[in-house]
Design a protein around this ligand. Structure first.
Ligand code: SF4
Length: 303
């Protein structure tokens, strides 16, 4: 039988021996979050990776997060425990899609959700995360915005920033998009004296029932500060588990039992140990790929 305490000990001693920085996304399993120096949303993760002084940075998340870290801090060794941990939404848009949209709308700026490949970032004007998207879209001089790849987040932006014309792409997060209006209504009926906090990657008809809409870190802050004792969470299970532990006096429920990102759950303690022990798998991008994608990410973190 695998001894989890031994694995934890090995991870911690290798981390300090190799002077590695471990960054984990909030959607990672709790046991992985517990090993991290910082648990963050993708915006904070990008900034922490950019500013890291350690030679080895381990990204516990999905591949585009590792790529962003490499682009922002190319001199470092960026490791990801599971290279197969991709993001289906990121794979829904190609650079050709963006180039074609640009031809159709030459006066538009391309705002690219960080959940995208380095090649797509390279043909975009600026990246955004769910915590920075409204600020970024409002800051742009262009009136017309091509928003890729998440149609749900893009539609949310269109409602919040009506002064801009938002051209949507047909991508979506399969995990957030799976949740239906019936799920939201059922959860609210089951917990009548509750508030519902949802992520803008959810469908519009789900968000219509939310008391609060925000990024993962904004949802966490909202749950901490809410006077309500019962909170329904409309984002990935990792946040629910974290909040249950952080707020033992509150009742934290997921809006739907199926709210689990299978790719985020591919990382576990043995994979993290293997990653540190063998320094694999390394995110590799060519100098050209890094230079091409850097401008859109740099613009995002500077706003
Ligand atoms: S939750 Fe959705 S957007 Fe995030 S990594 Fe999973 S599939 Fe991609």
């Amino acid at each position: 039988m695998v001894n989890t305490d031994n694995i934890r000990q090995r991870i911690l001693s290798l981390k300090s021996e190799k002077n590695a920085l471990i960054l984990a996304h909030y959607y990672q399993p709790l046991e992985v979050q517990d090993m991290a120096d910082h648990v963050c949303d993708s915006f904070e993760m990008a900034k922490r990776a950019r500013d890291a002084e350690q030679q080895i940075i381990v990204i516990c998340g999905v591949v585009f997060m590792g790529e962003s870290a490499k682009i922002l801090n190319p001199g470092k060794k960026i490791l990801i425990p599971v290279m197969e941990a991709g993001c289906p939404m990121a794979d829904m848009v190609t650079p050709e899609d963006v180039i074609n949209l640009r031809k159709k709308h030459p006066d538009a700026a391309v705002v690219c959700y960080v959940n995208s490949s380095a090649a797509v970032k390279a043909v975009s004007d600026i990246c955004c995360t769910s915590s920075s998207v409204l600020r970024i879209v409002r800051s742009l001089p262009e009136k017309k915005i091509i928003f890729i790849p998440d149609r749900n987040l893009g539609a949310y932006v269109a409602r919040q920033v009506p002064e801009k014309e938002i051209i949507l792409f047909d991508g979506f997060c399969p995990t957030h998009n799976r949740v239906t209006e019936s799920d939201a209504l059922r959860a609210k009926e089951a917990h009548p004296d509750s508030v519902f906090a949802a992520h803008p990657e959810c469908r519009q008809e789900v968000l219509a029932h939310a008391d609060f809409i925000g990024s993962t870190s904004e949802i966490i802050n909202y749950a901490h500060n809410s006077e309500k004792k019962t909170i329904i969470i409309g984002t990935e299970q990792g946040i629910v588990e974290r909040l249950r532990r952080e707020l033992p006096d509150k009742n934290i429920y997921s809006v739907a039992a199926s709210f689990v990102c299978p790719n985020m759950k591919k990382t576990n303690l043995p994979e993290l140990l293997n990653c540190l022990e063998n320094e694999q798998t390394e995110i590799k991008l060519t100098d050209e790929e890094i230079a091409a994608a850097k401008q859109s990410l740099d613009r995002m973190v500077s706003i």
